[in-house]
Design a protein around this ligand. Structure first.
Ligand code: NAI
Length: 261
């Protein structure tokens, strides 16, 4: 058990599985009090009982849901030191097959969710940072927020918005003298249920071989590997900790070298 996040309260969205679960685990292991939030009740309750966290049902698209989460944190814990906006959904199909409803549903989670979360928690984050150690918002974007990929226009666009919302909030909070840092993480291919679904699709359409698809995915990456949630969690712990007290507005790429080419 480490102490890098001792005395900090962290809320992680999309914490029932995948990258969010990895971040919640790592933050709890570094001494944070963790609130694990998700729409998947069974998943988030299992994770919370494993790591000694509080499970909180939250649909990040719901303004009322965010207000209830902020009330709960204010009443139970007081200030919030760390907000990790990780919940996200993907949509893989050509642009002409995106309906407007598809587009809006994806943006509601990946973009509106961040806006609503940051707005609902700004006062509690500022109160935590007011104790002399800036609060930290960590937004999970993607390498798809930095470069284009085919057949995922809404997803790519949403992740570009996450990157820019992060920089805009970092500067807005600094300009207003609010002690809240704000940074984005840009994962490459990380083995989670989301990527497993995508890989199944690539196998079905024949773009990667069925016999050893994960080796094929790894071979696309300069380090010839697929990342794990822990790889992203280590970046999130750093950005959330006081080690990163001078770090705001950055885009931390954790992708095995994918976008360095
Ligand atoms: P995942 O699909 O395995 O897990 C996502 C979690 O978010 C699930 O527990 C789900 O219930 C929750 N969620 C979905 N909609 C929600 C909502 N409206 N409110 C609250 N929770 C909701 O996905 P994964 O792979 O763990 O992805 C996490 C984040 O990382 C996402 O933002 C994703 O876009 C991003 N990412 C993932 C990559 C990967 O290779 N796995 C690569 C780049 C970015």
């Amino acid at each position: 058990m480490g102490e890098r996040l001792r005395d900090k309260v962290a809320l992680v969205t999309g914490a029932a599985q995948g990258i969010g679960a990895g971040i919640a685990r790592a933050m709890a292991a570094e001494g944070a009090t963790v609130i694990a939030a998700d729409v998947n009740r069974a998943g988030v309750e299992a994770l919370a009982s494993e790591i000694g966290a509080t499970a909180w049902m939250l649909d990040v698209t719901s303004e009322d849901g965010w207000a209830a989460a902020a009330d709960h944190v204010a009443t139970t814990h007081g200030p919030l030191s760390i907000l990790v906006n990780n919940a996200g959904v993907e949509l893989v199909k050509p642009m002409t097959a995106h309906s407007l409803a598809d587009w809006r549903a994806l943006m509601a989670v990946n973009v509106d969710g961040l806006f609503l979360g940051c707005r609902a928690f700004q006062p509690l984050l500022a109160a935590a940072g007011g104790q002399g150690r800036p609060a930290s918002v960590v937004n999970i974007s993607s390498i798809a927020g930095l470069v284009g990929y085919p057949d995922q226009l809404a997803y790519n666009t949403s992740k570009g918005a996450v990157r820019h919302m992060t920089k805009s909030l970092a500067i807005e909070w600094a300009a207003h003298g609010l002690p809240i840092r704000c940074n984005s993480i840009h994962p490459g291919c990380i083995r989670t249920p989301m990527l497993e679904m995508a890989v199944e699709g690539w196998v079905r359409e024949g773009s990667i071989p069925a016999d050893d698809p994960w080796a094929a995915v790894a071979s696309l990456c300069p380090l010839n590997a697929v990342g794990s949630p822990q790889d992203i969690a280590m970046g999130a712990v750093y950005l959330a900790s006081d080690e990163a007290r001078f770090v705001t507005g950055i885009e931390l790429v954790i992708d095995g070298g994918w976008v360095a080419r």
